[in-house]
Design a protein around this ligand. Structure first.
Ligand SMILES: C[S@@+](CC[C@H](N)C(=O)[O-])C[C@H]1O[C@@H](n2cnc3c(N)ncnc32)[C@H](O)[C@@H]1O
Length: 392
């Protein structure tokens, strides 16, 4: 993005064009752009283009930032990398509960985390290497009336000791899976070596939820966070901010719930009961499936597989619950016959621990019938198993 054009966008003239671009938003983008160019013929074309692109980014950003998006600014990558508001707000609330009056965001991007910290009442400051992101973060904080200092600086060369807490959300290469399950932390900016120095003080570092547990330093808490069923991040909490070793935080319609390794007495493998539970991804990543099993008075279906089974129905934010109706044949031909017999035409296929592609299986089953059903395909003691279940 052209920084001059962005600076113009923040002027009264720019705001007028942006407001119009937003109202034209629902229309075909090419038509909207030419309408805007006709209406504002005296405005240079690249400026009109910036207004158009901001209007589009605001629409996309609603999923992450809700109503705030309509007064914010973005770059495509900055929006992609930004922490969603619900998750950033949870982090900020934890900082407030800890008593952090001040915090510095070392690599603040367009300001996703800074906004939540400042709204929570923390005196925050941010730096980023990228002048474009700094300009956008500044505009966001101004637009939201939040007094936060943001500047261009290299986080790795900064003395951050004056702040009660240091926060960083390093940019990661998207293709960062190598050496099997281990994450290649080499490509991070700021780098993993810098993250390790932060983790020696009161700090919080946002990392990919796929982070290998083995590389997390001793004494650091790993909090895996999901929002409406999707795992969004792991946050590493260090120094006095670390309260447990592993935590799963689940954000959903009903608010926020959290489960830790201290809530985990362990659980045994047991036979299939009347109920099956599918733990939330954050619980699985935090290695707390056994805590869910204990919470519903049940056990594991299999040592290696993240399904829980029990004899009682519990509503828990940490897992989706199903009543087990019956066991069906696992082999495809017999399964097709069983589903046809039951008039099942629409089928939801859940699977774990088996190499099945649900869409392909559904196509091959070529089902017909008025009924709808859910099946779970999994392995129990190395045996393929199919359960007909009903969500509750
Ligand atoms: C994943 S983004 C941060 C997103 C931010 N948490 C948000 O919610 O909007 C990482 C940012 O770190 C910045 N960055 C990378 N290396 C840096 C460094 N050495 N010093 C300062 N900023 C850096 C990048 O420019 C990028 O904007």
């Amino acid at each position: 993005m052209d920084l001059d054009a962005f600076a113009w966008l923040l002027t009264d003239a720019g705001q007028e064009v942006l407001a119009r671009a937003v109202t034209l938003g629902g229309e075909d983008p090419l038509k909207a752009q030419s309408a805007l160019r006709r209406e504002f013929a005296d405005v240079p074309a690249p400026y009109v283009a910036v207004a158009m692109s901001q209007a589009g980014l605001r629409r996309r950003a609603t999923a992450k930032f809700g109503a705030l998006a309509s007064s914010m600014y973005f770059t495509p990558d900055g929006l992609e990398q930004a922490t969603r508001l619900a998750v950033a707000e949870h982090r900020a609330a934890r900082l407030v509960a800890f008593g952090a009056g001040t915090a510095i965001d070392l690599g603040c991007g367009i300001g996703g985390d800074l906004i939540a910290m400042a709204r929570a009442g923390i005196t925050a400051a941010g730096v980023d290497l990228d002048p474009e992101r700094v300009a956008v973060a500044r505009a966001n904080l101004d637009a939201l009336g939040l007094p936060v200092a943001v500047s261009v600086a290299d986080a790795t060369e900064l003395d951050h000791t004056a702040f009660a807490v240091a926060f960083s959300d390093p940019a990661r290469r998207t293709n960062n899976r190598s050496r099997g399950r281990l994450l290649d932390t080499d490509g991070w900016t700021p780098p993993w070596s810098f993250v390790l120095t932060l983790l020696a003080r009161d700090a919080c570092v946002k990392v990919a939820p796929g982070i290998a547990h083995e590389i997390i330093p001793e004494g650091v808490e790993a909090e895996f966070v999901s929002d409406h069923g999707e795992v969004k991040e792991a946050a590493l909490w260090s120094g006095r901010l670390a309260t447990v070793r592993r935590r799963a935080t689940v954000i959903g319609e009903g608010g926020l719930a959290t489960l830790t390794d201290e809530d985990d007495p362990g659980a045994e493998v047991r036979p299939i009961g009347e109920y099956l539970y599918e733990p939330d991804g954050a619980v699985i990543r935090a290695g707390l499936v056994t805590a869910v099993a204990a919470g519903v008075g049940g056990g594991l279906l299999d040592e290696q597989i993240a399904y829980v089974t029990g004899d009682q129905s519990f509503r828990t934010p940490f897992a989706r619950g199903y009543r087990v109706l019956e066991e069906l044949p696992y082999r495809e031909r017999a399964l097709r016959a069983a589903l046809r017999e039951r008039g099942i035409g629409r089928l939801t296929i859940k699977k774990r621990g088996v190499a099945i592609v649900p869409e392909e299986l559904r196509r091959r089953l070529a089902l017909e019938g008025p009924n709808e059903a859910t099946i779970v395909l999994t392995r129990v003691a190395d045996e393929g198993t199919c359960l007909l279940v009903q969500p509750f």
